[in-house]
Design a protein around this ligand. Structure first.
Ligand SMILES: [Zn+2]
Ligand SMILES: [Zn+2]
Length: 146
């Protein structure tokens, strides 16, 4: 699905959004599968269903991604404002950044993200979600990021 979206669009931003969505989805899916396996193991060992822990949410793609996906597949035009995010919005989750929220800015392209969002992304990618410049979570690697 992500590959189809990427091959249907030449826009760099679309590729980035698709990649990001894919990584997020994969991470969620892994977590989900792990939890299911853990529960199967528990039931096998104890024969007791009450030891089962509630499962995390079934992974799914975000609404934003789904909207873009269908529009691209159906060859509908995407305006740049839909994929461009303003500087007051987090580049990753596209939600507005409140002044009391911790943020992280890429040194190269100056895109700003919530620290929380960037931290999740950087665990998987170690590069800026926008320009792909090498980037590390300064809290996780306080010395390396200097
Ligand atoms: Zn965010
Ligand atoms: Zn950047």
């Amino acid at each position: 699905m992500v590959e189809r979206m990427k091959s249907s669009s030449n826009l760099v931003e679309i590729h980035q959004i698709a990649d990001y969505e894919y990584y997020q989805f994969e991470a969620k899916l892994l977590k989900y599968v792990k939890e299911v396996e853990l529960n199967i193991q528990r039931i096998k060992e104890t024969c007791d269903v009450s030891t089962v822990t509630p499962l995390p949410d079934i992974p799914e793609f975000s609404n934003r991604f789904m909207n873009l996906y269908w529009r691209i597949i159906n060859n509908q035009p995407i305006t740049s404002s839909e994929i461009e995010v303003s500087d007051f919005e987090c580049f990753i989750c596209t939600e507005e950044m409140a002044s009391d929220q911790k943020t992280l800015q890429c040194e190269k392209c100056k895109k700003v993200t919530h620290h929380e969002c960037a931290s999740k992304w950087l665990k998987i990618n170690r590069s800026c979600p926008n320009c792909r410049e090498k980037m590390l979570d300064p809290e996780e690697f306080p010395n390396l990021s200097q």
